[in-house]
Design a protein around this ligand. Structure first.
Ligand code: UDP
Length: 195
């Protein structure tokens, strides 16, 4: 994806349509893809947490989320093509996945929330294939088992809602062994969808 340099990071500069086309083409070609969102809070956390900063800096795409990032771009005389916040982009992606017969795994949030979020996504996009769900309150010792569950589900896309910075660090740490083609850190999206 085209990107602009912002806060020392390459931030995607594309319309939602272009971003969705790009994600779907990566799934079709089986290209491993890790996606993170950058909002003002993330930028603050990244300034203080080198591990998190590395995790988002090495993502396949870092998508601009919210007005703080747009303002930061304008302050250096640039203009981002779109606000690619997860609240809009991820449900739109699920519409594409439903259309293309691809499956999604929802990992994260309190017990029961991922299931409710999955039901909300399916209500919006009939035909969306939910490969599985799991809550996000597991110990480091349970991480291997969580990875196995995700991998055995056969999901094409993994949505991870463990909060910032945990979700993006989790995805980077497990990049070599997570089987879903696309993995995305989605913050509090499941709580939002489950409401
Ligand atoms: N969460 C989780 N496991 C944890 C901590 C948080 O699954 O160990 C979930 C939490 O339930 C929520 C999501 O991560 O659904 C986002 O959490 P939060 O709002 O704290 O983070 P942020 O909005 O900053 O990403």
């Amino acid at each position: 994806l085209p990107a602009i340099r912002l806060l020392g990071l390459d931030v995607a500069d594309a319309t939602a349509e272009t971003a969705l086309n790009w994600i779907c083409s990566r799934i079709r070609s089986g290209t491993p893809t890790r996606i993170a969102f950058l909002n003002a809070h993330c930028a603050n956390v990244a300034a203080a947490d080198a591990g998190y900063r590395r995790a988002i800096a090495t993502a396949s795409a870092l998508l601009p989320d919210g007005s703080g990032v747009a303002i930061a771009a304008r302050m250096q005389g640039q203009r981002l093509s779109a606000n690619l916040n997860g609240t809009d982009l991820v449900p739109a992606l699920c519409g594409r996945l439903a259309h293309e017969g691809r499956s999604v795994f929802l990992l994260g949030a309190a017990p029961g929330v991922a299931e409710a979020a999955a039901a909300a996504l399916q209500a919006r996009h009939p035909g969306l294939i939910i490969a599985g769900t799991a809550h996000g309150f597991f110990t480091p010792e349970q991480e291997d088992e969580v990875i196995r569950t995700v991998n055995n589900s056969g999901a094409d896309v993994l949505l991870t809602a463990l909060g910032v910075p945990a979700q993006d660090v989790f995805l980077e740490r497990n990049v070599g062994r997570l089987r879903p083609c696309v993995a995305i850190g989605v913050g509090a999206l499941f709580d939002f969808l489950a409401e």
